[in-house]
Design a protein around this ligand. Structure first.
Ligand SMILES: Cc1cc2nc3c(=O)[nH]c(=O)nc-3n(C[C@H](O)[C@H](O)[C@H](O)COP(=O)(O)OP(=O)(O)OC[C@H]3O[C@@H](n4cnc5c(N)ncnc54)[C@H](O)[C@@H]3O)c2cc1C
Length: 255
């Protein structure tokens, strides 16, 4: 883990709420595993005292650039959306654990909803590097919300579900036939809690390996404040240091 100033070299607005920050590190970026995150300091605002946890979305190790995909939901993410190239962002990173690697011959489904698609890209890259079979299943309310599809499509097949049926399969991601056909034996999932619980329920019912990346509210990000605890078979543990990625068998979820 390091604490480092990175320079914002581009802030790409993708849609009304979503943007990607390109952050240039001065030195060599450390190895960052899929699912790990950064605690981002939001400067010049008394109301954004706590750092915000944001997944590492993409990395260019040759150019030492880290990308963050962010959805504007409150004061901190709004302040970050307004930053201009040249701004400096202080990050504590890499934090947390990571998605596990799939085994030879496996077929993985990477299920994302909303900004939960962010940690799935690096996992897809890792699977692709090892020539392992996978597809994305990404869910949105409507086609207009679909973002970064080119970046995901470069890695592999992308299946889409929209609630209004404007693109892909009509309905929630959990209605998509691919989740019910039994063709995939591993699921990696990140998104809103109700979505992850529904996906976990399908995985459990069909005895499919499933890891979820939790987005619990957290203040410190490194195990001190205990804001982000989650109930597991091992008792209450920190999402920030023991997670954010958990096998669903560990979690005491009512599914
Ligand atoms: C591991 C992880 C990865 C994430 N990855 C991404 C990502 O890639 N992209 C993305 O857009 N979002 C991501 N999120 C969600 C993101 O962190 C939140 O959307 C963001 O913190 C909201 O900040 P805000 O100031 O805009 O919202 P606001 O709602 O204005 O403020 C949230 C702030 O209040 C604090 N807070 C609120 N309630 C409590 C409480 N009970 N205890 C302690 N602190 C509290 C939070 O810690 C945070 O600092 C991730 C979250 C986690 C945990």
């Amino acid at each position: 883990m390091r604490v480092e100033d990175l320079e914002l070299i581009a802030n790409h607005s993708l849609s009304k709420d979503y943007y990607v920050l390109d952050l240039q590190a001065k030195d060599k970026i450390p190895d960052i595993l899929p699912g790990q995150f950064a605690q981002v300091r939001v400067d010049n605002n008394k109301e954004t005292f706590l750092r915000r946890p944001i997944s590492v979305y993409d990395i260019d190790y040759k150019k030492n650039i880290i990308n963050l995909l962010i959805k504007e939901v409150g004061k901190g993410t709004r302040a970050l959306s307004e930053l201009k190239p040249g701004a400096v962002l202080n990050l504590i990173y890499p934090l947390g654990n990571n998605f596990s690697m799939a085994e030879e011959g496996s077929k993985s489904l990477l299920v994302g909803g909303g900004v939960g698609v962010a940690p799935l890209l690096l996992q897809a890259k890792a699977l692709r590097e090892r020539s392992l079979d996978f597809a994305f299943l990404l869910g949105y309310q409507t086609a207009g919300q679909i973002i970064e599809i080119e970046r995901f499509s470069k890695q592999g097949e992308v299946l889409i579900a929209t609630e209004d049926g404007s693109q892909g399969n009509k309905g929630l991601v959990t209605d998509h036939p691919v989740l019910h056909e039994g063709a995939y034996n591993r699921i990696y999932c990140c998104g809103p809690d109700p979505m992850m619980k529904a996906v976990a329920g399908i995985a459990k019912a069909n005895d499919i390996f499933c890891e979820v990346s939790l987005e619990n509210t957290m203040a410190c990000g490194y195990g001190v404040c205990l804001c982000c605890v989650v109930e597991t078979n091992r008792g209450y543990i920190n999402t920030c240091t023991e997670g954010p990625v958990f096998n669903i068998k560990e979690l005491k979820w009512q599914i």
